[in-house]
Design a protein around this ligand. Structure first.
Ligand code: CP
Ligand code: NVA
Length: 307
């Protein structure tokens, strides 16, 4: 029987039990790190990071996670590789797989991740594309579990662009089984195929509305993200006007349950998608989310690289 290499291209690649397993494991690794336990599970292993878009959190947390498990990393910015000079992805994948034990990639098209995965003999992990940000959503759900004890009984609201983050939340809601309501402006809906597929699988409602007030009314978790993602900088001005009614501010938060928490994957544009007041308030758990990326990346790397 041939060995099927596992990759993390999107959350769709894993079962509910596996996704919950990542979250439980990350919470345990976090506790063990706090207790001073030394981890060496990935001693002797090397991960290659290929980043074609900027990153602070994802890059540093993946590198820190790898070192924290006894492994090492090689970072390549897209422009410094032969990819920038049109070397085929299938060649890059096969060459990299002979040097490293895993590839973490941040890029534009989801098809780049798919092609690397097709040709790579080592795991390929999606660290953000235009379509998905799966590792971020796992860290965010870990944060929700820490704050609200569980995810299944929680109602999550997404306020803003139907972007990569929204698409990965939709896949998570469908697979894990929690309620999700997305408030997006017309023409900025999430990917229709991802939405339809998740709705088919879902045991709880996944709905899109135009009303941020409706979305937050019964939400336990309120989530937002920048209005113009990386690669959409030219649309920034146009989007500011369209998205203005979706700002997370005191007025909108007054319509949410008093114990609703606010999530933001960062970086944040203060006074655009979220006010300084809310971002810096106790209700906002953005910095816990940022920390949890490192613990979650340990859980993902450990699982995928253990061979
Ligand atoms: N949240 C997140 O992915 O941040 P970076 O772009 O800094 O990696
Ligand atoms: N949607 C944002 C997420 C950044 C972490 C982007 O793609 O730029």
């Amino acid at each position: 029987m041939s060995f099927m290499q596992r990759h993390l291209q999107s959350l769709d690649d894993f079962t509910k039990d596996e996704l919950v397993g990542f979250i439980d494991r990350a919470i345990l690794l976090k506790k063990e790190s706090a207790a001073g336990v030394s981890h060496q599970q990935l001693a002797g292993k090397i991960v290659g990071l290929i980043f074609e878009k900027p990153s602070t959190r994802t890059r540093v947390s993946f590198e820190s996670a790898m070192y924290g498990l006894g492994g090492q990393v090689i970072f390549l910015s897209g422009r410094d590789t032969q990819l920038a000079r049109s070397e085929p992805l299938k060649d890059m994948a096969r060459v990299m797989a002979r040097y490293v034990d895993g590839i973490v990639v941040r890029t534009y098209g989801q098809e780049v991740v798919a092609e690397l995965a097709e040709y790579s003999a080592v795991p390929v992990i999606n660290a953000l594309t235009d379509l998905h940000h799966p590792c971020q959503i796992l860290s965010d759900i870990m944060t929700v579990v820490e704050k609200k004890d569980a995810i299944e009984d929680v109602k999550v609201a997404w306020i803003g662009d139907g972007n990569n983050m929204a698409n990965s939340w939709i896949q998570a809601a469908g697979r894990i089984g929690f309620e999700l309501i997305l408030a997006c402006p017309e023409n900025y809906d999430p990917d229709p195929a991802i939405l339809a597929s998740a709705q088919k699988e879902a045991v709880k409602p996944i709905v899109v509305t135009r009303s941020p007030q409706e979305a937050v009314a019964e939400a336990d978790v309120i989530n937002t993200d920048v209005w113009a993602s990386m690669g959409q900088e030219d649309e920034q001005q146009e989007r500011l006007a369209i998205f203005k009614p979706l700002q997370i501010n005191a007025e909108l938060m007054a319509m949410a349950p008093a114990d609703a928490i606010v999530l933001h994957c960062l970086p944040a544009h203060r006074e655009e998608e979220i006010t300084e007041e809310i971002l810096e308030s106790e209700r906002c758990v953005a910095f816990d989310q940022a920390e949890n990326k490192m613990h979650m990346h340990k859980a993902i790397l450990e699982q995928l690289l253990k061979g």
